[in-house]
Design a protein around this ligand. Structure first.
Ligand code: WT7
Length: 664
């Protein structure tokens, strides 16, 4: 057996903290966990003091389950905390953002310049009629103006809703309408793998679908459109309005609980959920966790590879690192453009010290081979992070050895759009890591494992019950993850839909937050996240609901019925697999490519099914519910699980034979 394989199979392989971190990391004393658990609110209140407050809060936390308020009565501005306090102090000439465009241009923006630029954009938004409390849709490529526009919104007290540039016109319209955005900020295009993504064209399509709340569209020239496209009242070119604004724009004093942003994420019942984040608690936890988990220091060059269209880009590219006055790297394009060494070239060029990326990317790099990282100088790296889905031990070890040269700690960070900030993660100065485990809930975060009946079966720092007995099973124990105590960055709800918020997250368990993930705890109290327990798929680290794709499929005129599952996939974690019944008059037609394109058109390219299987029937229970579990068995070539609740067991058997015929 090869050495690597042997170590992989050794469940107990563990990596104690490196000495350099053990003695120098921001957090290096284990007692912080117990201190924080004893009084989480006071613990987080102390952390909140790291921010600049215009007015201090009077109450640390108010809990009216499931609605939390943190730092009640406090006033602050997120943009001030990310920009002005650095620009107006000793970090004025420090680089805030180093940006690389996919075609190769590099821009270095100091905190001083960032303040001036953000202020101009903020004034331009005001000139377009945006005021405190309004919403702005941002549909931009990964250019500095994306981060700047987010900050400009925060500066004037408007909430942003960033829509990932890979989403379709339908998705942009749906999100814009749900948020009732007044302005859309977009660009004439963006670069992706050498191609141009026609963002302006897609925005026009969205407006044609109907976005009645939108007054103005602010258009950035990224691909030279300013020279060739027309001008109109409603569409305002960035060049015509932003550069001539004043670079002075005061930061709006915001209540700690004022809306900072809305970010849409997939829900298991179709329509995307507008996850709401407010100001004081969100800023406190993102700032603190960036510092602790990545052990951020003044000289670090920090690169989070996520797009600002996802929550990781919000919390760990913009708000968390900039609140700490860090230098962040931002990259516009694909990791294999122009060649498969692009990431490693960026690290080499900018002397990146901290890299935060996703398992799906790591698995792609593994497949491409070590020649690409090996031909670059990665010696500047000192810490590696992972987020988005469980990282398989094989990828962990590869990341550790090939990228980290066995000298960089890996932090596998578990969290969600809804949690706003990292919840479960190693601390590089304290934690002994294990490949594949996110290890422990962070200080101030109280997590538990529940059984199917909603009973708590494990929790750290559990006080004995009244009887004096600890009520828990001894680990190892598996079940469903729950969060026991409110945390500062937790979502304040689903925009405009408090009932759905309650139903989705607060009914599965009586008292605790339900994130929707399975988990187990091992003998050392390490948490292992085991993937979703609901109908959400994790495709390349992104949430896509089976329902969402099914709705897009049945929207096609030839489709009678569709069932969608996430099928295990080497690179993407899960790939979308659809079983489709065509309408009678289309039976026998080969519509597979057309249906794939239809889904991509409805939702965006990231939801395009990998395979579509046309069939005559779907396995259903007697009450008519499609049994996706059995479809997963079919797609993954397993023996069929329990079929006793099926209305007609013959259906799934026939399906299995037909599927294997096609695959074989
Ligand atoms: C879901 C949340 C957190 C930002 C990116 C995704 C899965 C995320 C991990 C991890 C195991 C993980 C969970 C979670 N997930 N990180 N380190 N280990 N699973 O945000 O789109 O809201 O997705 O991603 O299933 O519930 P999101």
């Amino acid at each position: 057996m090869s050495e690597t394989l042997e170590t992989l199979l050794d469940e107990n392989r563990h990596f104690p903290p490196f000495d350099a971190f053990r003695s120098h990391a921001h957090l290096h004393d284990e007692s912080i966990y117990a201190t924080a658990a004893a009084d989480p609110v006071s613990f987080w209140e102390k952390e909140a003091l790291a921010l600049d407050w215009i007015e201090k809060w009077h109450t640390g936390m108010e809990w009216d389950r499931p609605f939390a308020k943190w730092f009640v009565g406090g006033k602050l501005n997120a943009c001030h905390n990310c920009v002005d306090r650095h620009a107006d102090g000793p970090r004025a000439d420090k680089i805030a953002i180093v940006w690389e465009g996919e075609p190769g241009e590099v821009r270095r923006i100091t905190y001083r310049d960032l303040k001036a630029e953000v202020s101009k954009i903020a004034n331009a938004l005001k000139a377009l009629g945006v005021g405190k409390g309004d919403r702005v849709s941002i549909y931009l490529p990964m250019v500095p103006e994306l981060a700047m526009t987010m900050l400009a919104c925060a500066r004037i007290g408007a909430a942003h809703s960033v829509v990932f540039g890979g989403f379709s016109a339908d998705s942009l319209a749906e999100r814009t309408n749900d948020a009732q955005a007044k302005v859309i900020v977009t660009a004439d295009g963006g670069y992706r793998r050498g191609n141009v993504v026609p963002l302006l064209k897609i925005t026009e399509d969205a407006l044609a679908i109907g976005c009645p709340s939108v007054d103005k569209i602010l258009v950035l020239d990224r691909i030279g459109g300013y020279q060739i496209l027309g001008h109109s009242e409603r569409f305002v070119w960035w060049n015509d309005i932003v550069p001539n604004q004043s670079s002075e724009c005061p930061c709006e004093p915001m209540d700690s609980e004022d809306l900072l942003y809305i970010l849409y994420t997939s829900g298991s019942t179709g329509k995307p959920k507008g996850i709401v984040h407010t100001t004081g608690g969100y800023m406190t936890q993102t700032a603190a966790t960036t510092k602790w988990v990545f052990d951020l220091n003044e000289g670090d060059v920090y690169w989070c590879t996520a797009d600002c269209g996802w929550v990781t880009g919000h919390s760990y590219l913009v708000y968390g690192p900039l609140a700490n006055g860090a230098t962040v790297v931002m990259y516009e394009g694909a990791p294999d453009s122009p060649d498969k060494d692009r990431f490693w070239r960026i690290i080499e060029r900018h002397r990146v010290t901290i890299l935060y990326t996703a398992p799906t990317a790591i698995r792609a790099f593994m497949k491409w081979g070590t020649e690409y990282p090996d031909r670059c100088d990665l010696s500047s790296l000192r810490l590696l992070g992972s987020v988005g889905e469980p990282i398989n031990p094989e990828a962990w070890i590869w990341y550790h050895e090939t990228i980290g040269k066995s000298r960089c700690p890996i932090v596998d960070t578990w969290w969600q759009t809804e949690t706003g900030a990292i919840m479960i993660s190693p601390l590089p100065g304290i934690t002994t890591t294990k490949p594949g485990s996110a290890t422990h809930p962070l200080p101030g975060i109280l997590a538990a494992i529940m059984n199917e009946d909603g009973k708590e079966v494990y929790a750290e720092f559990q006080n004995p019950g009244k009887s004096g007995e600890a009520p828990h099973a001894r680990p190892p124990v598996g079940g469903i993850l729950a969060i026991k105590h409110p945390w500062p960055a937790m979502t304040r709800g689903i925009y405009g839909d408090p009932d759905r918020y309650k139903k989705t997250y607060w009914t599965r368990f009586e008292e605790y937050y339900f994130p929707g993930d399975g988990a187990k705890v091992d003998e050392d109290g390490c948490f292992w996240l085991l993937g979703r327990v609901d109908d959400i798929m994790l495709v390349a680290g992104h949430n896509i609901s089976t329902m969402e794709v099914e709705s897009a499929l049945v929207d096609h005129h030839a489709v009678a019925e569709a069932a969608v599952i996430g099928k295990t996939h080497d690179l993407k974690g899960q790939a979308i697999s659809a079983f489709v019944i065509l309408k009678q008059d289309h039976a026998g037609e080969d519509l597979v490519d057309e249906l794939k394109a239809h889904v991509a058109g409805k939702i965006g390219a990231l939801a395009r099914p990998d395979d579509i299987f046309l069939c005559a029937d779907l396995p259903k229970t007697r009450s008519g519910k499609i049994m996706r579990r059995l479809l997963r068995d079919v797609a993954e070539g397993r023996a069929l699980g329990d079929t006793t609740t099926l209305a007609d067991a013959a259906v799934v058997n026939a399906l299995k034979v037909q599927y294997e015929d096609k695959e074989g």
